[in-house]
Ligand binder design. Structure first.
Ligand code: DER
Length: 239
């Protein structure tokens, strides 16, 4: 099966947990796309009824609108029954990294307001420790004083070998410019060559203590279960 097939398998398994009448947190990314497609399909067939979704990004809002999934927001629906979303990394303790798609802030708010948060991944996302995939741990920061904030983040990890922190840029037509999130903020990507070998909780506190930082992409102890699709089938990790 292709990686996208695996993502679809994990997504469809998660959607089996959706019951009519639920308020759903709708995730963002190439795996969550399959969950939205499946939910819309079951709504069309009448298998599911009376579902409303809270989208975790403008991208997901657009997909849900196109699919005809009724949408509400966090203000009118502060308690969410079930959120389904992908992840960039999953460690053995169900800690995850999210946000490589830039949606971490709204995802963390919505998934933090959910009674149940089911993560859907193909097995390529499994890591022995967070930051281990050599890819980024994103941090959302306000644009004001971004270089100052970047410096504070770098200082936090002074002396950690192989550490780097970079402002996320995106290539619009022609020139490269600073990437801007749905919340009009910037993202700094943290890179740890050998993964984060320090205590995740204290790293989280240290990052959030920097005034210009809004939130980071380590979702510690938030997932209630992780559905992992591999070529040998599906595994479910529960908290
Ligand atoms: O950017 C995000 O937070 C996405 O949800 C990411 O964590 C997973 O995206 P993927 O399913 O496309 O890998």
């Amino acid at each position: 099966p292709s990686q996208d097939d695996l993502k679809r398998v994990a997504a469809h398994r998660a959607v089996e947990l959706v019951e009519s009448g639920m308020v759903l947190g709708l995730g963002t990314g190439s795996t969550a796309i399959h969950a939205l497609d499946r939910i819309a399909d079951l709504l069309r067939r009448g298998t599911l009824t009376n579902i409303v979704g809270v989208p975790t990004s403008k991208k997901t809002e657009a997909q849900a609108l196109a699919l005809g999934i009724p949408l509400v927001d966090l203000n009118s629906h502060p308690s969410i029954d079930l959120s389904i979303d992908g992840a960039d990394e999953v460690d053995p303790h169900l800690n995850i990294v999210k946000g490589r798609g830039g949606s971490l802030l709204r995802e963390k708010m919505i998934e933090g307001a959910s009674k149940r948060f089911v993560v859907i991944v193909d097995d390529s996302k499994l890591v022995p420790r967070l930051g281990g995939s050599g890819l980024a741990v994103p941090v959302e920061i306000i644009p004001f004083g971004w270089e100052y904030t970047l410096g504070k983040l770098k200082k936090l990890f002074d002396g950690v070998t192989g550490f780097d922190a970079k402002l996320r840029m995106s290539k619009k037509v022609g020139d490269v410019e600073i990437d801007v999130t749905d919340n009009l903020n910037y993202i700094v990507d943290l890179y740890f060559e050998n993964g984060i070998e320090l205590d995740l909780g204290s790293i989280s506190d240290d990052i959030l203590r920097i005034t210009g930082v809004v939130e980071h992409g380590m979702f510690l102890g938030m997932a209630t279960e992780v559905i992992i699709a591999g070529k040998d089938g599906i595994k479910v990790m529960k908290k």
